[in-house]
Design a protein around this ligand. Structure first.
Ligand SMILES: Cc1cc2nc3c(=O)[nH]c(=O)nc-3n(C[C@H](O)[C@H](O)[C@H](O)COP(=O)(O)OP(=O)(O)OC[C@H]3O[C@@H](n4cnc5c(N)ncnc54)[C@H](O)[C@@H]3O)c2cc1C
Ligand SMILES: *[C@@H]1O[C@H](CO)[C@@H](O)[C@H](O)[C@H]1NC(C)=O
Ligand SMILES: *[C@@H]1O[C@H](CO)[C@@H](O)[C@H](O)[C@H]1NC(C)=O
Ligand SMILES: *[C@@H]1O[C@H](CO)[C@@H](O)[C@H](O)[C@H]1NC(C)=O
Length: 501
């Protein structure tokens, strides 16, 4: 008999079951225990969606070796907390918006801050506090490029928004490429294959605009220039849209809120290894896969068994240190690297002379983006405000600046950037992937019931992307568990759902 037969037979049985053959089979038992590794926005959103999807009886454990929030974290400078990692959220990031609303969290609007684009010697573009004057300058410098970019990006965003429609109808995708394709077809796949520079050249944007504005936005948001792939490039361009917001008290409150709403158990410990276990089970004697999670905590080494495991941390060895034992086929290596970005918060006066100003009192920019220039040691710098609304009074003394750089700033560099400063705090991140075009995206399904959320970061890394990945993985796990595959990897979903309206 050909080897495919069992699978074909299974499909046939499923088809019969879907057809509603009455009482043909007993209902499948729900999973007893689900493990989630990582309590960043991805892991905590997963716990939240797992509870919604699998009901109140399943036991959910979330492992975290550091702080709940992961790359959403604050730093304290002179008595106030400031965002140190993931900062702004787009007004159309619907999962993040719903989380904040469901958890009763208030939001803060990003304030207007005059932008300067610095090429290493001088500003090539500079805004002031006069809105109209800024528009004239923008037009004078770049013609219709900024307006065209806004329209170009919104068109892509419109397609991207289809994900919420699909997910609200429980559709899931078993690969990140499949998800991307379902949103924007070949044109989205192409964005993965090109750099943002190539994509925008093809769309007719001027090289000057790309060299200055686009590169500067990429460097500010992802620490890398216009050679990042087109899709993350577009996500990055959305990061200068109007209406950006963050969570009052700190974005990490979304994570702790989701975790407690999910009634999952938080296990403070470091997961060391995952191991496949097979046991004979069920009437039919079908082998059932389960997973041993071995972790290290205050009480030593412990191993727990789970029916389903969701991995919500990048699996790069330098990040997660998780070993996979006894898997067949073996789990692939996650060898592509993450980009280092250092956040430095400085309470002090900026050195206007460093940015080419003779008269410091004329210096207006409060966000400075930078162009590609090897002698530059920063990617960007911006005035930031406390995460507490009550602390957002106009500062009496100097402001707090947030500096992004690839490496830790030296004393000499700080003394160049600032004419004076007192408080300083630093956080070193393996922040997001090192993006380039033409590379494959990691899988979502690592094994039968073991799912990986963070491969989506290779499309683009953002809070909302992790939330989308969480919802997708939970839907996928649910469909696989209950052998209900008619909502997985469906083609032509957009047209089909339109027709249903
Ligand atoms: C400087 C910076 C600025 C950013 N700005 C923005 C922004 O403005 N807007 C935006 O949307 N996004 C931004 N991002 C990206 C955003 O922060 C991330 O995409 C998002 O927070 C990732 O969440 P996650 O849950 O997928 O991963 P993480 O937050 O990294 O969570 C993974 C968790 O797993 C834990 N963990 C890892 N290994 C183990 C183990 N072996 N055992 C137990 N626990 C483990 C980690 O401690 C961590 O808490 C920024 C990121 C950085 C670093
Ligand atoms: C992307 O690039 C790969 C390899 O260069 C190629 O095989 C594939 O067809 C390309 N896809 C698209 C949509 O351009
Ligand atoms: C854009 O930058 C590239 C390299 O960084 C340079 O060769 C080119 O002359 C620049 N073009 C414009 C119009 O600024
Ligand atoms: C400011 O920048 C200028 C130019 O780079 C530099 O010469 C000076 O030492 C810096 N520091 C202060 C305190 O002005």
């Amino acid at each position: 008999m050909p080897a495919q037969t069992p699978a074909a037979l299974l499909l046939l049985l499923l088809a019969v079951r879907e057809g509603g053959a009455p009482g043909a089979e007993e209902p499948l038992r729900p999973p007893a225990r689900i493990g989630v590794i990582g309590a960043g926005i991805g892991g905590t959103a997963a716990a939240y969606f797992l509870r919604q999807k699998f009901g109140r009886d399943v036991l959910i454990d979330v492992f975290e070796r550091g702080e709940v929030g992961g790359r959403l974290a604050t730093l304290n400078v002179d008595g106030q907390d400031y965002e140190a990692g993931g900062d702004v959220i787009h007004p159309q990031n619907l999962h993040m918006k719903h989380f904040a609303k469901d958890l009763g969290l208030s939001t803060l609007q990003r304030q207007f801050s005059p932008l300067g684009i610095y090429n290493g010697d001088e500003f090539v573009f500079e805004e002031s506090s006069y809105y109209l004057w800024n528009l004239i300058k923008l037009f004078w410098n770049y013609g219709l490029n900024p307006l065209r970019m806004y329209i170009w990006v919104q068109e892509i965003l419109d397609k991207f928004m289809r994900i919420y429609h699909y997910q609200s109808h429980d559709y899931a995708f078993s690969t990140n490429e499949g998800l991307l394709h379902a949103l924007g077809g070949a044109s989205f796949m192409q964005l993965l294959n090109q750099t943002i520079e190539e994509a925008m050249q093809e769309a007719g944007f001027s090289q000057k605009f790309i060299n200055e504005t686009v590169t500067a936005i990429m460097r500010f948001n992802y620490g890398q220039g216009a050679s990042v792939s087109g899709f993350v490039g577009v996500i990055s361009l959305l990061g200068v849209d109007p209406g950006l917001w963050s969570v009052e008290g700190g974005n990490k409150l979304v994570c702790s809120g989701l975790l407690s709403a999910s009634k999952a158990q938080l296990i403070s410990g470091s997961v060391l290894s995952l191991e496949e276990k097979t046991r004979q089970k069920g009437r039919s004697g079908d082998p059932v896969k389960q997973y041993d999670v071995t972790y290290h905590s205050k009480s030593g080494l412990t191993t727990e068994l789970y029916d389903i495991v969701l991995i919500a941390t990048p699996l790069q060895p330098e990040i997660a240190h998780i070993a996979f034992h006894n898997f067949s086929p073996p789990i692939q290596e996650f060898s592509r690297h993450y980009h280092q970005t250092v956040t430095t918060l400085v309470h002090g006066h900026i050195n206007a002379t460093f940015f080419g100003y003779r008269d410091p009192s004329q210096f207006e920019p409060s966000s400075i983006f930078t162009m590609e220039n090897p002698k530059l040691f920063i990617n960007g710098i911006i005035i930031v405000f406390p995460v507490k609304k009550s602390a957002r009074k106009p500062p009496l003394g100097p402001p707090v600046w947030r500096v992004f750089s690839h490496n830790s700033l030296t004393k000499e560099q700080l003394n160049l950037l600032f004419s004076s400063y007192d408080f300083i705090e630093e956080k070193n991140w393996l922040a997001y992937p090192k993006y380039n075009s033409q590379e494959s995206v990691p899988p979502i399904i690592l094994h039968d019931q073991m799912y990986y959320l963070n491969g989506i970061e290779w499309l683009a890394s953002a809070m909302e992307m992790s939330a989308i990945a969480a919802k997708n993985a939970v839907l996928l796990a649910h469909h696989h568990w209950y052998k209900n595959l008619d909502r997985v990897d469906q083609e032509g979903l957009h047209d089909r759902l339109q027709a249903e309206l």
